[in-house]
Structures are given as C-alpha cells and as structure tokens.
Ligand binder design. Sequence first.
Ligand code: SAH
Length: 226
Amino acid sequence: MISTLRDSTAHVFVDAIETPVIDELDAHHLLRVLRVKPSDLVTVSDGKGNWCSCTVGANAVLEVTSETFVQAPPISKLTVAFSLVKGDRPEWTVQKLTEIGIDEIILLAATSRSVVRWDKDRAGKNISRLRRVAREAAMQSRRTWLPNVCDVTELFAIPEIYIADPNGAPLDATHRTIAIGPEGGFTEQESGVGAGLVSLGDTVLRAETAAISAAVLMSDYRRKRN
Ligand code: SAH
C-alpha cells in the first residue's frame, strides 16, 4: 500500500480535494479523539481516488502540503449483498467489509426466512448510519475509494449475483458479487434466481462470518490478478 497513506496520523474524506474542508464530526474525531497536532501529517481524500497530504491548523482548518495524487479504481468491482440480521451485526459487517476493501455493499430486501424487516422510515435512517460506519471504516483503512452502501435492494434485481451456500462450487476468481442469506438461509426458489451457488467452506457459518469470508476470498483473488 502507499506509505504516505499508511503513515499519516489520520485520513479524512472531504467533498472537494482542491479546497478541502473537514466536516464537524470528523473535526471532533481528529482533534479530540486522535488528538492530531498542528505538526502532524494527515491525508485527505474525496473518496473517488484523489488524495493529498495536509496539516490541520486551528479550528480544524486544513492546509494542503502536497500535490493531488490519483489512485486508479480497483481492477474489478467486488460486491457483497447481505440479509439483515438482528442487533448491531449489520454495522459490524459493513465496517469489516469496508476494511477488507469491498466496493459495493448491498442490504438485501427481506426474503422468506428473514426475521429482520425494515420499513421505509427505518431503512432510510439505518442506511444513513451504515454509510457513516463505512466512511469511518474507510478512513481507518486509508481507502481512497469509498465503498458504495446501496439502498435496500431485492435479490433478483442484482445482476450476476452468486448465492452463498455450503453446497455450492468453491469460490474462485469469477465470483465478484455474492449474496449472503438470513439465519434461516434462502429458500430453493430464492437461490435459483442467482447465477449459481458458491461455497465458502465446509462448515455452516453465521451470516456475518459468511459475509466476511466471501469478502476476504474475493479480495484475495483480485489481489492476485493485479
Ligand atoms: N440454516 C441455514 C444457515 C444459514 S447461515 C442453512 O443451512 O442454509 C446464513 C447464510 O450464510 C446462508 O444463507 C449462506 O448464504 C451463508 N453461509 C453460511 N455458511 C456458508 C458456507 N459454508 N458456504 C457458503 N455460504 C454460507
């Protein structure tokens, strides 16, 4: 990975890389939690591959200290779609998928055996929170491309999606979009709408472990193609 990004005291996202302005929540995090000092180098990214180095002055004003660098987008997009599960596990899953380098995270609309269902109001609020989780995880991971956390989507509407299932074929480099079922699994009919079944190992994993395993395996194949 790029050493300037790795070595920076903190990494933050801004709207415009040429005139970077830090948002209030990030300013609080940098100054109060990470205790960034004026002499520290931070890196700033627009989440679309552009990044530069800065220092943080009084009142969290950013001063650019380098040219703008451009990191190419990943050679192929990796997507994990997962069914909603109880408690804070969706947040945990989004955080880990972001750290691992997944590009697109999709919350699946309820399927037959789903226990957790979000109404429209709740979905809106929860997705906003999950986008914030992804943003923070991407800062911690020094990503220059922010993952896209999509709105709740029906399984059948996702192109080229493979269904994670212990009876599937072992995951290989051709699998780039994977759906993880709810605790009760997908029905046979639901599994049939995908491009095929893909196995993540010979044990039955909890949904969130399956999501992380799919992410690790897919990103490892992508790394080796680079
Ligand atoms: N009782 C369910 C288990 C569901 S686990 C069943 O037997 O199908 C939740 C989800 O995790 C599953 O729907 C599946 O998508 C995924 N999963 C769990 N273990 C897996 C494995 N070994 N390979 C692929 N997917 C797996």
